[in-house]
Design a protein around this ligand. Structure first.
Ligand SMILES: Cc1ncc(COP(=O)(O)O)c(C=O)c1O
Length: 388
């Protein structure tokens, strides 16, 4: 039995995944297979480091220690062959807050910011909340996976004078791990048209062999001139609640613009738990991650064979990375409201509505498979029963 088979009762922990849904849907006992956190305990080294800090009893101001920088630098080098220096790292409470400050630092109100469609919903939200013009570039579905439509992308960048592109690398939803060739073409396009790139790489460690994550700065030595990388240990090690993330910025002008925005609201200090958790995870979490990826890979294989056998009308994308399945329910010809209602009332399962990821997400749903296999099996059986 794997440690990931173990059940943890997350009810009454103020978990968004488990505790918010009875209020949202007015129904008890719904099975949550939605928002991207995992029903697995974090590595014991992380738990231990946090416990030790709690036990010493003093929770005063904390600085970014050298050991923290070393842990981040070593992790990036070892796992991603990416060389980053201490003075090229900034901290932020989260990747989404980092997207917001990047928009504020690199563009002006009414400037155009481009994202893919479908993509993680806060990309659009941050662009709109910051009063920038949002342009969506549709991904193409080719052979049951997403591909970038470079021709339309270039036309839109030129026509709309796009200043900034927010890349999801690897992609959520759908789990595409963009290849070096794809990223090179995308980077060349943005470089040609003076469009900055923010590369959200929060899913960088959640990759299934033989796929390989490419850090955007590693694709071409000039790409660091016009791009920044956002990442965190929080998605990899299930630490979203401790709120910590990093920005990797090599161009001094981009760094100055970001720090100026952070300084305006003292946003460059981080919750101590975030710093401790990140350091412990990167220093001592690697074996846990190896086991996690094996477990997720098995859950992914199980999901694929279950869907093929029991829900043949549901088209899906085999994730190359991430623990998030993108399911296409269009064969049932239901509206998004009717689809979600069926999922809640008949299947008793909560998934993310695909329409929230952009217009191309209509009639889709996103399924989170990062839970014990028997929970996943139960959820899939309930869905299959409802859609029989
Ligand atoms: C692509 C992507 N970026 C960012 C986040 C969230 O980042 P944070 O919690 O650090 O704001 C998620 C969470 O699912 C995500 O999928």
């Amino acid at each position: 039995m794997s440690i990931f088979d173990q059940h943890h009762d997350r009810h009454h922990t103020d978990s968004v995944k488990w505790d918010s849904i009875s209020q949202t849907y007015g129904k008890e006992n719904l099975l949550p297979l939605w928002i991207a956190d995992m029903d697995f305990a974090a590595p014991s080294a992380v738990q231990q480091a946090l416990l030790e800090y709690v036990k010493q009893g003093i929770y005063g101001y904390t600085m970014f220690g050298d050991d923290l920088y070393t842990a981040i630098i070593n992790w990036q080098k070892r796992r991603h062959q990416y060389e980053i220096k201490k003075d090229e790292i900034l901290f932020s409470p989260g990747v989404v807050p980092s997207i917001a400050i990047s928009i504020q630092a690199f563009t002006n109100p009414k400037d155009t910011v481009m994202i893919h469609d479908p993509v993680y919903p806060p990309f659009a939200k941050m662009v709109q909340e910051n009063d920038r013009k949002l342009i969506r570039n549709s991904l193409k579905v080719v052979d049951d996976h997403f591909e970038i439509d470079f021709i339309t992308m270039e036309k839109q960048i030129v026509a709309e004078k796009v200043k900034l592109f927010i890349l999801c690398n690897p992609h959520n939803p759908g789990g595409r791990v963009w290849t070096k060739t794809e990223l090179k073409r995308l980077g060349d396009l943005c470089k040609k048209h003076n469009c900055l790139v923010v590369s959200d790489e929060i899913h960088q460690d959640l990759i299934f062999a033989p796929y390989q994550h490419e850090t955007f700065h590693n694709v071409d030595e000039t790409f660091a001139d016009f791009s920044i990388i956002l990442t965190a240990a929080t998605k990899t090690f299930n630490l979203a609640g401790i709120k910590n993330s990093m920005i990797f910025v090599k161009n001094p002008q981009l760094k100055a613009a970001l720090t100026a925005i952070q300084a305006k609201s003292e946003q460059d200090t981080i919750n101590t738990f975030g710093l401790i958790g990140t350091k412990a995870a990167y220093e001592s979490g690697e074996q846990w991650l190896t086991e996690l990826l094996e477990y997720l890979n098995k859950n992914s294989e199980f999901t694929i064979s279950f869907l093929q056998k029991n829900l043949p009308q549901v088209k899906f994308m085999r994730p190359e990375g991430t623990y998030l399945f993108w399911l296409d329910f269009s064969a049932y010809n239901l509206s998004d409201t009717a689809l979600n209602k069926k999922m809640i009332e008949e299947a008793g399962v909560v998934l993310n509505g695909g329409f929230t990821f952009g217009p191309n997400g209509k009639q889709h749903m996103r399924l989170n498979i990062a839970c014990p296999k028997d929970t996943l099996k139960q959820g899939l059986e309930q869905i299959a029963q409802a859609f029989k």
